[in-house]
Ligand binder design. Structure first.
Ligand code: PLP
Length: 476
């Protein structure tokens, strides 16, 4: 006997048929998705609470909550703690109606599909878990937690982070080597200042790479930044060896932006360079949390704790807004780093440090990562399924960006401009190259904050602009 929910309007919205085919949860999800796509549920419209809908449809509340969470992860719904679940603004992109050209609104572009990179899915930010952790800290922490603390971080938080990194990243360090910072950005600034004060004048960085921010950071520390080419195995170590640099920054787990994983032999070569040169390797442990087709590759720091400074962040795993990260450094740098951190800000906010430690210790951090990894893996599959045989993609072993290789005759900038006219945000590789010339036109496709339906819409638009048809390619 079908059970119905008529929604706020006159039309029948959801019919759950227990005798028909299909699971109850997928019936609910599919019908809500269709209602949003067709516009029967309008953007901003309030959905009933999970309790109300569960009662109306005689379903369990948990099932309705799971369906809402799924549609939220896909970008159809939005919700905030304490307020109603509503149809998300971005869900417009799922509708068949084409966007207004450009779609610019009060300085902000309304993309139907935006492949911007460097951000996780902000809808997945674990608001409830974070609020719970902060409450726990406020309830249980001693009064001294509200005083000025050790500038390098609250000791128990450093213990928890060190243990976590030993377990998950095979880091070889104890809590006294950890400095809790305002994200990887501050970690890098502190390390460069300390190394510059000890005489290092040059920072080598990966090309292509985040050269603009590396140059800014190096300049702020009084250093010069120089680009070193990256090939299919990672950084070109002989090229590094030909420069006077004693400090190099790399992204070994998932090179930004090519997505290459630094190979084992290349790791050994790089470490040998550092030991020969008396140099320091700065490991930006970027995207390490999200690996799909292999076991996580351990940190470089674990192989050479004497000459590697490893830097991590919650910007991808939880949210960039938390401005929370850490560095793990050889003990010989500990005193100077602590002094540098004290001068910078007297220490990162203790309550946030303790909240992160509480999340990790409670298992909620790992649980959140498992959920997020499942969603990003599904998006990665959506991306692959949407790409046509004429579209080659690389760099998908980890993280949430990939490189789309375009044919030699394609003009990267023209394609980006044409896609923008259709409401699709694309970003080229050209701007990420410094001295090394790009091997051809390429796009960096971020899918961290791009729901699955938007990925399909965006790839279809790219294929159409390129005059290519679809059906699944495989990454290399
Ligand atoms: C290469 C790279 N590493 C690390 C980060 C994270 O930096 P932060 O922890 O300061 O947010 C970013 C941010 O986009 C990045 O592009």
């Amino acid at each position: 006997m079908p059970v119905e929910w008529a929604g706020s309007g006159p039309e029948l919205l959801v019919v759950i048929d227990r005798d028909g085919g299909g699971g109850l949860r997928s019936q609910l999800e599919d019908q809500l998705r269709d209602a949003i796509r067709s516009g029967r549920l309008a953007v901003g419209e309030r959905l009933p609470s999970s309790r109300e809908l569960a009662r109306a449809l005689t379903l369990s509340r948990g099932l309705v909550q799971d369906a809402y969470a799924q549609l939220q992860a896909e970008g159809y719904l939005s919700s905030r703690p304490g307020s109603a679940t509503r149809v998300a603004a971005v869900a417009r992109s799922a509708m068949p109606t084409p966007p207004a050209a450009g779609g610019e609104k009060s300085g902000q572009i309304q993309f139907i599909a935006d492949f911007r990179h460097g951000v996780p899915d902000l809808r997945l930010a674990p608001r409830e878990d974070w609020a719970w952790a902060v409450r726990e800290v406020c309830r249980t922490a001693p009064n001294s937690a509200f005083d000025y603390g050790d500038p390098i971080g609250w000791p128990s938080a450093r213990e928890v982070i060190a243990a976590y990194l030993r377990r998950v990243r095979a880091i070889d360090a104890t809590a006294d080597q950890v400095v809790i910072c305002a994200g990887m950005a501050q970690a890098l600034g502190l390390v460069l200042r300390v190394l510059a004060a000890s005489g290092a004048g040059t920072l080598a960085f990966e090309d292509p790479g985040a050269g603009v921010s590396m140059t800014e950071q190096a300049t702020a520390a009084g250093m010069t930044a120089i680009p070193i080419p990256v090939d299919a195995d990672g950084l070109d170590v002989p090229a590094l060896d030909r420069t006077p640099a004693r400090v190099v920054i790399v992204t070994p787990a998932h090179q930004w932006p090519t997505g290459v994983v630094l190979t084992g032999p290349r790791r050994q070569e790089l470490i040998a360079w550092a030991r020969r040169r008396g140099g320091v390797i700065l490991e930006d442990d970027y995207d390490a949390e999200f690996r799909y087709d292999r076991d996580p590759v351990g940190s470089l720091q674990g192989l050479a704790p004497d000459c590697v400074v490893s830097m991590g962040t919650v910007s991808k795993s939880l949210s960039p807004a938390l401005r929370l990260g850490w560095l793990v450094a050889p003990r010989r740098l500990a005193g100077a780093l602590a002094e540098s951190k004290r001068i910078a800000d007297r220490g990162s906010p203790a309550i946030d440090q303790l909240a992160l430690a509480t999340l990790i210790e409670s298992g909620r951090y790992d649980r959140h990562l498992r959920r997020a990894r499942t969603e990003y893996a599904a998006r990665r599959e959506t991306l692959l399924a949407a790409l046509g045989p004429g579209l080659r993609v690389t760099g998908l072993a980890a993280g949430f960006h990939a490189v789309l290789h375009l044919s030699a005759g394609t003009d990267e900038a023209d394609l980006i401009a044409a896609a923008r006219q259709r409401g699709v945000g694309l970003y080229g590789m050209a701007g990420m190259h410094h001295a090394v010339r790009p091997s051809g036109p390429q796009l960096v496709l971020g899918f961290g904050d791009t729901p699955r339906h938007a990925i399909e819409t965006g790839i279809a638009a790219i294929a159409d602009l390129l005059g290519i048809s679809a059906v699944g390619s495989r990454p290399s």
